[in-house]
Write a protein that binds this ligand. Sequence first.
Ligand code: IFG
Length: 482
Amino acid sequence: MIPYPASVHEAEGAFVLTADTQIRVEPPTAPLLALGHDLAAHLRPATGFELPVVTGAPAAGQLRLTTVGADPALGAEGYQLMIQPDAVTLTAPQPAGLHWGLQTLRQRLPAASAWPTVQPGPWLLPCGSVRDLPRFAWRGFMLDVARHFFDVPTIKRIIDLLALHKLNRLHLHLTDDQGWRLHIARWPALTAIGGATAVGGGPGGYYTQADYADIVAYAQRQGIMVIPEIDMPGHTNAALAAVAALNADGAAPPLYTGTDVGFSSLNCDDEWTYRWLADVIGEVASLTPGPYIHIGGDETAATPPAAYRRFIERVQTLVQACGKQMIGWEEIAHARLLPSTVVQHWHSDDARRAVQQGSQVILSPASRTYLDMQYTPAAPLGLHWAGYVEIKDTYEWDPATYLAGVAEDDILGIEAPLWSETLTTLADIEWMAFPRLAALAEIAWSPANRCRWDDFRIRLAAHGARLQALGVNFYRSPQVPW
Ligand code: IFG
């Protein structure tokens, strides 16, 4: 099982899934019925069993999902799983806890249960009990859809894989120098022009607001919050190319298809820029049910430092006016932040400044979590400015002691960014993200004393069969005995 649960007790015997097995939910509410149907949908293809979702009196041989009698100490995402020969009972105070418990239940079945076609059984669930809840609330993955664009089905596939690993945050890096990927109704040129290309000059693309709503709803159903990033004031060439009035001299630069950074900036001293920003942030906020909007703030060499600080403080006010909390890359800590503003660490010690201002931090240290780092010098995809990052590098660190001046209570959680300068397909994404994202999922969920590399690498080898059954194009690291 990955991530490893907080406590596991094995027992003798097994519960056998058969053609007569039913899934019982209690109480029969819409969220619980949906979870029951999700479980059946996961297990039907390989087992060939109908696995009907039922309500009413409990009977032997059922998989039971319930919030009745749950221990409140398990909190928003915790659960208890009891597997006995005559019944399986998954209990949680909240539907999200049941959802995460279902991932553990899936992983307690043989890897063959993940195949999309009927496999020979038997389908045994080893008896025992699990009591589990996450260490960190923020367990995230970021996909850069600006350097290269990835369509809705690709995003949904990624969401499915995040859920299997109990990751609950999907940060979409929607805008950058090379592309603007979310339609803004009041400024259609942002996607009509700004979404027209990509790194390398390819066809680009963008999400309509219906596409974005589809992604958000699909993620929400799987316990995953979507965080949109509109990167500013740097990384804005696509916006500047699309809206001439954003440029100080009124002249739109050409679209950019290279991979340099730090050369573009919004005009931070022009009131017109903030009226445009209010439109953009207003629409993004109205499309995003989650409480956060990420405003980027990274690599702003083309913005004078004093103008940058004023800009960040004004954007923070705009985001707050929309009823959202601002997140930014750690450079924003040079400005005066609200305590509700969250700072994302990636490569400097700016995050410590944020903590001193009373903000909380998401840790994304590039040398541990940047999934666009090459595995090795010979690896065909990725960059290596933060070093070569193999699976062991991703696993062997403790967020609570990683940054001086940033203690466990200051940390919302961790997030693994995947920048897409060198990636163009789902297969590329999966090869860079797995198995390293499985390692980060354990660091984010499991108690620190459960995170031991020698134990993890054995479990990861077994997990490989499940990833293969799911058709994941994962990298078979020589550090793992697959
Ligand atoms: N740094 C840039 C990204 C991307 C990355 C590639 C941040 C916050 C290098 N900014 O990481 O846009 O180019 O590894």
